[in-house]
Design a protein around this ligand. Sequence first.
Ligand SMILES: Cc1cc2nc3c(=O)[nH]c(=O)nc-3n(C[C@H](O)[C@H](O)[C@H](O)COP(=O)(O)OP(=O)(O)OC[C@H]3O[C@@H](n4cnc5c(N)ncnc54)[C@H](O)[C@@H]3O)c2cc1C
Length: 496
Amino acid sequence: MSRVVVVGGGAGGLAVAARLAVRRHDVTLLEQAPTTGGKLATYRQDGFAFDTGPSLLTLPAVYRDLFLKTGGPLEEAIDLQPVEPGFAYWFADGSTVTVPGVDPARAAAAFGAALGGTAERDWRRVIERGGRMWQLTREPFLQRPLDGWRTLLGLARSTDDVRTIAPWMSLRDLGTDLVADPRLRQVLDRYATYTGSDPRRAPAALATIPYMEQTFGVWHIGGGLGGLADALTARCVERGVRVRTGCEVTRVVMQSGRAAGVQLADGEILPADIVVSDADARELYGRLVDAAPARRARRALARSTSSLSGFVILLAVRGRTAGLAHHNVWFPADYDAEFDAVFARAARPVDDPAVYACVPDDPRMRPDDDHESWFILVNAPRHGQGAGAIDWDAPGLADRYADRVLDVLATRGTDLRDRVLWRRVHSPADLERSTRAPGGAIYGPSSNGARAAFRRPANASPVPGLYLVGGSAHPGGGLPLVGLGAEIVADLVGRA
Ligand SMILES: Cc1cc2nc3c(=O)[nH]c(=O)nc-3n(C[C@H](O)[C@H](O)[C@H](O)COP(=O)(O)OP(=O)(O)OC[C@H]3O[C@@H](n4cnc5c(N)ncnc54)[C@H](O)[C@@H]3O)c2cc1C
């Protein structure tokens, strides 16, 4: 049995803590915020409820496995609900399509019926390719620690496998190859943003995401996805994890060249045999650990591009809106302008962004049937100074930009401006403050570039006794991958 300290109580930290506790380790989890959950959170006010981070759960099997192995079924811990239909897409030319939550064939038929031409066949080809990519990458890449060239070899056992994954292709290239309709290409491009990336630079292998989403379904949690954070926290406590909130870790304590505990902001030192960090890797290597091997990791991170951030508007809305699905996307005419603005050295808020809105038809998330809770998310450059960032705290900027987003929505046919009872804005700066993700980058390093996935911070750090879990480390961000990462780390700690 080892004494384990987990730094950070986001989905990754909670998941690994629960897994380590059932393996009889003595686990303490330290979270700087007043509550656990990190980005996974639901905000409540006046009977309205909004998911402020994840609003869409895919691949619940990852959390089913976690809950079963730590004491009981997921479905007993949360109110897991399939979302049907899954998405409504609005395009700049006025066309729309509503897509089923599960079943790629039905999704392809919906695209075909709405967009015409070869859209149905093209989408089938995308999903079929994404499925083959998923079969090839799931076990050797997503469920194992990064292992240098061995990871690459595991992915490429034959020339056919290499052709399927096509590491030389971007997601955009794949769309250009397989999809004729530019609107359907926008739908495919958008999946790059699930990793905070630019479709023109993110790998074609991200076609696994629509495959996963439509094959295993789009899921909601009754009352809000924050319910998963509560259930994970409860599971940790049941399994004997000491969960301490309001506890900021200021450094990893080193002894004889290995991690030997952590120091808290009030000076308290907690000794440990193993330290697992769920803090963003840039925060860990930049601020919390200064051992020589960590400096190399810090330099490598400095060379990577951060993922994009998100600008969030929560709207308490009077009345009901016709034609909405649970998840809604209004695309601009020029989607590339968005990625140019977000990833430019002279980054700027996107003038005409794709607007995503989650409006759950969930009685537990609105005061009554005559109101709606809108969570609006648009891609945004990260917060900060210098190249690739903007100062989201500049006076008036966040409010002006929220007005702009509502104006954009109105020009695309959905005018909420007279029905808004109140609104709250969460800028990338707010995300940085609440979760300590540098710049509010949602997914740590982006997947921009063919080798980005292999250069993510590894789960076993170069510092003995120090491990990384969570969205900024391998295998990546988003709830499913973060859950898979927690399993990898629990196995690594078991072997240490
Ligand atoms: C707006 C938005 C929308 C998203 N949409 C989706 C979605 O629809 N579906 C999906 O699957 N994913 C989505 N994601 C991504 C998903 O939320 C994350 O990938 C996942 O929740 C990350 O979990 P984590 O544990 O890695 O990190 P975090 O949730 O960031 O947790 C890290 C924790 O560490 C704590 N911490 C940091 N430093 C310290 C320190 N020094 N001492 C103590 N504690 C510390 C932080 O306070 C935080 O609680 C979204 C994220 C955002 C922000």
